[in-house]
Design a protein around this ligand. Sequence first.
Ligand SMILES: Cc1ncc(COP(=O)(O)O)c(C=O)c1O
Length: 244
Amino acid sequence: MGFTERDGLSDMSIGGVELVATATIVFDMGFKGIDALDKEKTLVDATMTTVFSIFRGYIETMREIEEQLQIRSNGVKFDDIVVACGSGGTIAGLSLGSWFGTLKAKVHAFCVCDDPDYFYDFVQDLIDGLKAGVNARDIVSILNAKGLGYAMNTYEELEFVKEVAAATGVVLDPVYSGKAAYGMMKDMTENPKKWEGRKVLFIHTGGLLGLFDKVDQMGPLVGNWQRMDVSESIPRKVGIGKMF
Ligand SMILES: Cc1ncc(COP(=O)(O)O)c(C=O)c1O
């Protein structure tokens, strides 16, 4: 399976500082299912949610990618992994999983809020809490793709989302993967040498419901399509992302 260091990571989480102990509890509980988490509400805080998602989500995702590559790809290997970043949990898990696994692909994060320095610090804190002993800047590269602000889009970003959908059938969401893919294409255009000859895996993290909020902005871009008439219970404010 080629993921021997994964066991090292969970071993490291036994004992030690609070975050490590917390991670261990969540990791164990993960096998009992989400119901176990609900019964121990005092243990569920933001830190645990993040650590939980790292252990059970994206480190595991890297293992699955390795498995799929071994089974189906005839020796194809990815040099780079590109993904959107909104809180930092996803990129922490992916980059640790890639680093400790066999893939060793460089993770490129395109952040849709805050700024790269904030996320380098955030990821470093998680790495240090897990006693993983690596430098965040060695395992992940973070670029800014925030644009106008969280959940706010330029015409060009939405046009890009539409073009990708029309050309490939893959529908990106405007808040996360759309901005990340737009940022990646921009970086590829501005720094072609950096990407030349590399095999890149772009991870679409979902979030398609974010498109509903963009219907007015996207309407003129999509030809004959029409908006369904649905009454809205929550009034929206012009220029402000739907989450605020
Ligand atoms: C659809 C989608 N993609 C990506 C992300 C970013 O993940 P993270 O918060 O772990 O950085 C989020 C976060 O909410 C999300 O909802």
